[in-house]
Write a protein that binds this ligand. Structure first.
Ligand code: 7RM
Length: 628
């Protein structure tokens, strides 16, 4: 697509959205029954239905319909943690495996609409199980295997899950992860889970509850490979994925079958310009939304060949990503800025030791990418031959909303650039008025699109309040941004109490609750501080209970405690002891001040005289000097 074509199609997509989306839905998806209305509801009713009356199955769209042409084409190239472990599944193989597991689920009593929790490492079974759920109309809730037993438990309980699919152990960077053990621990508080299916990954002997636990391979060996896909309404849920917000526990973002799938399919095709013969690799774990939309649903709906990688960028050495690219002749590579920064730090030699001639396109997602880092990605990784697409989106948005398109968007490193088809962004001030070009403000989206989440599971009011209340008639993203005179969006990152650590989304309140669940802690306040590699890290102000001694040993214990409660992704970087926290007269913690102090920006603290306890500020600054 060239720039003029992009502009024409974009204009058409936002001036006649119903016609545009109908055309796309027709082109990208096979429907069992055509829809009656393209869209019902908008950002004032907050109850949107896409393709009402339409019937389809997501698994059918990702597998069955490709069998005629692609039965023997590779669907998944799986590369294990160890360089010599791999598996290739053709579309034909994948279809069989998925049908078998769909029958296994049915035999275990799973019905349309039931929730299935998937807690698996990056192995082909993760994709197989997701698609098997979609095939029978069960709603999957994938939980990232790096989350703790406690985080897993919360998600199982919230979604009222009865069955968990897991593995004996995970394997990443040469280290094992006790996945089954975590499930056992989580299930101590989940009496309704009566069945656990365990994939054998490492073969380690793990505790096995003969009544509750079943081996995946045993069930599969007896399962039939014929399974008709369930005919689903376009508006039926496809999956729930938990994500962190500013406040409260993680929310169950619910995506529907029709709208989500149309959006996943078209954005994959346009953004990555996938052509037959391309080998596409997205490094995201299936536990995050990128793993859902751009590892499974988007690529497979387009009949693509994907690489699924179990391990880390640095094992056995810092060349691993580039070696995998050479080995499988990857043409399209999609990863996170945090990985690019970490690899860049190690020096160019790890990259230049490989040839990467197969590459055509590079992508990034998850957090803002600094222009220098983006240029390094373009110059060194891509040999100045491959365009870079900096794709901005969220769990809630279902797919990419703002991104350059290959061939259409002149490169401005560090900018997510232009909106995709049907997407109308704006930058607004605190009152909700649009600001001038180049002025910073809050990023909102003004028109509905089919990828947007349907609701928050069991909490529609939270959906309405969170996203539509502050700026009426718009979807509030929670990000800060500015738009330059050429219409390029520059995303600054979150302007709420959500932080992104190595691209992983965490709410500061979750971390605070984890701290205060420790017996030594009285109060905790957590802020995100800029980090050269991780993007942000956790800086915690901790107020202990009377008589508690402030030792380094206690700091270590608290760090371990937070890791145990949430998972290693939430590891606090800095703990600062504090006697008190800056509060307003109504008792609200002033995070703005804490953030500035943690970042060492105390000259620009602003007015602190309105605090209930203004004296605390000097103390905090002095203690920060000692801590950092
Ligand atoms: C896909 C994903 C969403 C948050 C979002 C932003 C940040 C994502 C970019 C980005 C700048 C980007 N979903 N974000 N992509 N910021 N440029 N290209 O990450 O739900 O986990 O996070 O991620 O702050 O609000 S997510």
């Amino acid at each position: 697509m060239n720039q003029a074509q992009y502009r024409d199609l974009y204009k058409f997509s936002i001036s006649q959205p119903d016609t545009f989306w109908a055309e796309q839905a027709e082109k990208f998806i096979s429907w069992h029954t055509r829809w009656q209305t393209v869209r019902q509801g908008d950002f004032t009713t907050n109850d949107m239905t896409w393709f009402a009356g339409g019937k389809l199955n997501a698994c059918y769209n990702c597998l069955d319909r490709h069998l005629g042409k692609r039965k023997d084409q590779t669907a998944i190239i799986w590369q294990g943690d160890e360089p010599d472990t791999e598996k290739h599944l053709t579309y034909g193989d994948l279809h069989k495996e998925v049908c078998r597991f769909a029958n296994v689920l049915k035999d275990l009593g799973v019905k349309k609409g039931d929730r299935v929790c998937i807690y698996l490492p990056m192995i082909p079974e993760a994709g197989i199980v997701m698609l098997a759920c979609a095939r029978i109309g069960a709603i999957h809730s994938v939980v990232f295997a790096g989350f703790s037993p406690d985080s897993l438990k919360t998600r199982i309980l919230d979604a009222d899950v009865k069955i968990v699919i897991t593995a004996d152990e995970g394997l990443r960077g040469g280290k094992t992860i006790p996945i089954k053990h975590n499930v056992d621990k989580a299930l101590e508080s989940c009496p309704d889970v009566k069945t656990v299916v365990v994939v054998k990954r490492t073969g380690k002997t793990v505790p096995f509850d003969a009544k509750r636990d079943k081996w995946y391979h045993e069930l599969m060996s007896k399962a039939n490979a014929d399974c008709m896909p369930e005919v689903m309404d376009a508006d039926d849920p496809l999956f729930i994925l938990y994500t962190s917000g500013s406040t409260g526990k993680p929310k169950g973002v619910l995506h529907t079958t029709g709208g989500y799938l149309v959006y996943a399919a078209i954005t994959f095709k346009y953004v990555f310009d996938y052509q037959d013969g391309d080998i596409y690799w997205c490094t995201a774990d299936v536990g995050w939304v990128t793993g859902h939309t751009y590892n499974i649903y988007g690529p497979l709906a387009n009949g693509a060949t994907i690489v699924l990688y179990e391990g880390t960028p640095s094992y056995p050495d810092f060349s691993r990503f580039w070696q995998i690219i050479d080995k499988y002749k990857v043409t399209i590579f999609y990863t996170a800025p945090t990985a690019i920064r970490a690899l860049r730090r190690e020096g160019d030699k790890w990259v230049t030791a490989t040839n990467r001639d197969s590459l055509k396109l590079l992508g990034t997602v998850g957090e803002p990418i600094n222009p220098n880092v983006c240029e390094w990605y373009y110059d060194v990784v891509g040999n100045k031959r491959c365009e870079v697409v900096d794709t901005w989106w969220q769990t809630e948005t279902g797919g990419i909303l703002i991104t350059p398109l290959p061939g259409a968007t002149p490169f401005k490193p560090g900018s997510a650039s232009w909106p995709l088809f049907g997407i109308v962004p704006a930058v607004v001030d605190d009152k909700g008025n649009e600001v001038e070009p180049d002025k910073a403000g809050r990023l909102v989206i003004k028109q509905p699109w089919p990828g947007l989440m349907k609701t928050i599971y069991k909490d529609h009011q939270r959906f309405v309040n969170n996203y539509f209340k502050d700026v009426p008639g718009c979807y509030l993203t929670g990000d800060g941004a500015r738009c330059d005179k050429d219409g390029y969006y520059w995303i600054a990152g979150r302007n709420d109490d959500v932080i992104k650590i190595s691209g992983h989304r965490i709410g500061t309140e979750e971390v605070e609750s984890a701290f205060t669940s420790h017996p030594a802690v009285s109060q905790a306040a957590v802020v995100g501080v800029a980090d050269e590699i991780k993007g942000q890290h956790i800086y915690a102000y901790i107020n202990t209970k009377a008589g508690v001694e402030h030792t380094d040993k206690l700091k270590q214990e608290l760090v371990q405690h937070v890791r145990d409660v949430i998972g290693p992704i939430a590891t606090p970087e800095v703990i600062q002891w504090t006697k008190d926290l800056p509060k307003t007269r109504s008792g609200k913690i002033m995070r703005r001040i804490l953030r500035k102090i943690a970042c060492g920006e105390d000259e620009s603290l602003g007015d602190t005289s309105t605090l209930a306890n203004p004296g605390v500020v000097e103390e905090l600054i002095a203690e920060h000097e000692k801590t950092k």
